[in-house]
Each structure stands twice: as C-alpha cells, then as structure tokens.
Design a protein around this ligand. Sequence first.
Ligand SMILES: *[C@@H]1O[C@H](CO)[C@@H](O)[C@H](O)[C@H]1NC(C)=O
Ligand SMILES: *[C@@H]1O[C@H](CO)[C@@H](O)[C@H](O)[C@H]1NC(C)=O
Ligand SMILES: *[C@@H]1O[C@H](CO)[C@@H](O)[C@H](O)[C@H]1NC(C)=O
Length: 204
Amino acid sequence: GHPNISPPLLPLHSNFFMLFILPINNFRMTKKLLRDICKQQKLYMTPSLNDTLYLHYKGFDRLENLEEYTGLKCLWLECNGLTKIENLEAQTELRCLYLHLNLINKIENLEPLQKLDSLNLSNNYIKIIENLSCLSVLHTLQIAHNKLQTVKDIQHLQECPTICVLDLSHNKLDDPNILNILETMPDLVSKIYMRILYIFTYMS
Ligand SMILES: *[C@@H]1O[C@H](CO)[C@@H](O)[C@H](O)[C@H]1NC(C)=O
Ligand SMILES: *[C@@H]1O[C@H](CO)[C@@H](O)[C@H](O)[C@H]1NC(C)=O
Ligand SMILES: *[C@@H]1O[C@H](CO)[C@@H](O)[C@H](O)[C@H]1NC(C)=O
C-alpha cells in the first residue's frame, strides 16, 4: 500500500485548487505593443537595455518580435495563450523564463538560452520531458500540472545533471520506477521532497 504520510506535509498539496485563468482575447505580440508595454512599465525605450520584461496576462498566443530585446535576463510570460516555445534566439542572456499557465505541449527551441537557470513550465500540456539537456546551467525546472505519465516521459532528466530543484507534482506519474530515475540525478538536493511530491501525485 501507500507509505504513511504525516499531516504536516499536506499543505504541499494546497495549490491543487489554483485557478486556471485563460485570457479571452488574443493579441499579437507586435513591436509596437511591446514598446507600449515597456513605456507603461517605465522601462528603457531601447529594447536591448532592459533586463526584465513583464508580458504576463496579456492574451498573447504567439511568441514573436522579441529580437531586439537582447539583454533580457528575466522574461515573464505566464498566463497567456502560448502554444509553442519559439523565437527566443536573441535571448542569449536569459536566466529565468516563466511560461507557466499557457497551452504549451512540447519542450523545444530552448537551445539559444545557454545561461538559463530557471524554467517554469507548470500548468501546460507537456507529455514528455525532452530537449533540455542542451541547457548546461539549468538548475530549476518546474513542470507541475502537466501530462507526464510514464517513466519514458521523464527519462530525459537523466541527461540533465545540473537540475537540482525539480517539481513534477500533479502529473500522472504513477510508476514506482520513476523514483529510480530521480535517484540517478546527481544534484537533486531534495530527493526526499521529490518522494513526497511523487507520493502526492500518486495519491491524487
Ligand atoms: C530596464 O532595464 C534597465 C537596464 O538594464 C534596468 O536597470 C531596469 O531595472 C529595467 N527596468 C525594469 C522595470 O526591470
Ligand atoms: C511556477 O508556476 C506555478 C504555477 O503554474 C506557480 O505556482 C509557481 O509559483 C511558479 N514558480 C515560480 C518560481 O514562479
Ligand atoms: C527534441 O527531442 C526529441 C526527442 O528526444 C528529438 O527527436 C528532437 O530531435 C529534439 N529536437 C531538437 C531540436 O533537438
């Protein structure tokens, strides 16, 4: 049966009730709109000077026209209607990429982001973890609330030894062999935490 779980661990489960809000109107990410957003956020009007860009809750359905924003270190894109990771070739300085609460179903086109440290893909429709081994300094991967199911779907993690914070909760990972994969990841500091997340996933 299931291992015993003591009550203090239960709050980990509390974001289960998080609302999934999707924008109703979709807007194109045009150069003009991006400039207007920068103006509104009192950012530098020279795109390449800004290191942070907040594009969350904007109703965007495509990632585009970001070529001039070459100095970005953090890009906030959560809660849009994005279906694809694309057009991030110019963001070679990026450290954090927030893509949670979108409609993404594939991990791809991240190769240019050689300095990426933290990636949030939670609350999307990803079925398999892939194409992440190209990110040589990726430390944090959040991919909770997706469509991961089998050992095969997360096997690629074995090729991503730099990841030390990993959230796989609220997927459909119900194969006990998943723990074997996680245990082979050298830097995963919180293996016990992973076990807990895994168990909650299993039970929910
Ligand atoms: C915009 O970019 C400049 C230059 O990098 C930076 O100093 C400033 O903090 C940024 N503004 C915001 C709001 O991130
Ligand atoms: C990652 O996304 C989830 C929601 O999808 C959110 O709860 C969590 O706080 C995010 N993490 C960071 C570091 O922003
Ligand atoms: C992404 O991963 C898949 C499966 O591992 C692979 O077939 C594909 O070639 C990868 N794409 C890139 C651009 O590396």
